[in-house]
Design a binder for this molecule. Structure first.
Ligand code: ATR
Length: 251
């Protein structure tokens, strides 16, 4: 039995067991994916338990994507730059951390929008938390021209802009001023109600949450749901654990 799972603060409503059951079937592997809700003080002990029980690896979610890093033996270069780990591979009892959110984000756009590329795009990103960091990393890797980073707390946008290339911080009150200049808009905040008026903007709009938001409703046929990112990050985590490579995977 190949054991995998998810560690987070409150994971009982996660879609991940359903997604990974599908992947086990798809790749004809016998396995299980279990959920573990823990507190920060229980995190280290839970990880030790998983290693001792022969787990292949596990995913990490809110709020442990950053605090798990010092507990690992190695962190891959992309995850180190992003500053967050969402997937841990257990290899010879060693814990190796990866981030599959950033390539999950890229792959969901490429898979849903034929011919999509970040190259040359001007983008607007709302939010300056952990998810935003993965998205800024993916955009720069893909060759974006410019990123406007708009956050309620301007100082956080300024700080993040220093860590990545091509990022220009924008004040929350000025969020509509750069809209018409952008071809891709990404919301990483938890706001589901209207906070911006897209008017007749033709930009591709995506939200990292998996349910419909006002922003996605406004964008209509130009919207890409965050569900794709969730599915693709799971596919990439599964590939890390089980070395599955698939010719139709986009990276
Ligand atoms: P994650 O790791 O998922 O990105 P996070 O680190 O808590 O989550 O970041 C959430 C982001 O959403 C933050 O940038 C936060 O803005 P602040 O830096 O000002 O806290 C933003 N956010 C959360 N609630 C918001 C709201 N009601 N209006 C605007 N921005 C909000």
């Amino acid at each position: 039995m190949n054991k995998t799972g998810l560690i987070g603060a409150n994971v009982h409503r996660s879609y991940s067991p359903a997604i990974h059951s599908f992947l086990f079937k798809k790749y004809n592997i016998v396995g299980q994916y279990k959920l573990f809700s823990v507190t920060q003080s229980q995190l280290k002990y839970k990880i030790t338990q998983l290693v001792e029980s022969g787990y292949k690896g596990f995913n990490v979610t809110i709020p442990f994507k950053e605090t798990v890093m010092p507990l690992l033996d190695e962190v891959d270069e992309s995850a180190a730059k992003i500053g967050a780990v969402n997937t841990v591979l257990i290899k010879d009892s060693k814990l190796i951390g990866y981030n599959t959110d950033y390539n999950g984000f890229t792959s969901s756009l490429i898979a849903e929008l034929p011919g999509f590329t970040f190259r040359g795009l001007k983008c607007l990103v709302f939010g300056a938390g952990g998810a935003s960091r993965a998205i800024l990393y993916a955009m720069n890797l893909g060759g974006v021209k410019q990123i406007y980073l708009c956050n309620r707390t301007f100082a956080k946008a300024e700080l993040l802009a220093e860590c990545f290339s091509n990022v220009h911080p924008v004040r929350w009150e000025e969020r509509e001023s750069v809209l018409s200049d952008c071809q891709l808009i990404v919301n990483t905040t938890p706001i589901t109600e209207r906070f911006i008026n897209l008017s007749d903007n033709n930009a591709v709009v995506t939200d990292i949450v998996t349910f419909p938001t006002d922003l996605l409703n406004q964008a209509g046929e130009n919207s890409v749901s965050g569900l794709g990112m969730l599915l693709w990050q799971a596919e990439f985590a599964f590939q890390l654990w089980f070395s599955q490579h698939n010719s139709w995977c986009v990276t």
